[in-house]
Design a protein around this ligand. Structure first.
Ligand SMILES: [Fe+2]
Length: 173
């Protein structure tokens, strides 16, 4: 972990836009810092380990087209524990639909709202990301981890082919 956590606080907004959530340091001992990374209401956690420059979900094997996850009944809250990972988000409900967001270890927690197409690419050395998700009643692994191939969704394909993602980097100074 970095020796200092100096991250700007972005206030949570009641919108379905993605958010970057900061968290609190609650204790220091010699060479050790403790952080409360709790996401209230999180009722489901997954840990995603990328060994090397993995892509999640992987690109289409035959054509190389990008694939995405989208959750109807789950909000993701993603924290890089080690390494760096870049997320691509598409949501047609946003004013600008296409974002590229880089998370670095122990920086912000990225909240991805329901209904957002998302995929991620790790740095060369890989990354470990903890997801403190909020899953709605009726959501299951099967329902929430469907893979959407962009070649099968014209609007999505047009978006990633024709728009340049707005790029934001969130890391610890
Ligand atoms: Fe997800």
């Amino acid at each position: 972990m970095n020796s200092s956590l100096e991250i700007q606080i972005i206030k949570s907004k009641k919108s379905d836009f993605f958010e970057l959530i900061s968290y609190e340091k609650f204790r220091d001992t010699k060479d050790v810092r403790f952080f409360d990374i709790s996401i209230n209401k999180s009722n489901y956690r997954d840990l995603v380990i990328h060994n090397g420059p993995a892509i999640s979900p992987p690109n289409d094997e035959a054509l190389g087209s990008w694939q995405f996850y989208i959750h109807d009944k789950q909000e993701d809250n993603l924290l890089a524990i080690s390494g760096g990972r870049t997320f691509f988000l598409v949501n047609f409900g946003w004013k600008y639909p296409f974002y590229k967001i880089r998370l670095e270890a122990c920086g912000y927690i990225l909240r991805i709202p329901r209904g957002t197409f998302h995929r991620s690419v790790s740095d060369k050395k890989g990354s470990i990301v903890l997801n403190q998700a909020i899953r709605d009643k009726g959501g299951t692994v099967e329902s929430e981890f469907k893979v959407i191939n962009s070649k099968d969704n014209k609007r999505l394909l047009d978006c990633i082919n024709n728009l340049k993602p707005k790029f934001k980097i969130y890391s610890v100074k």
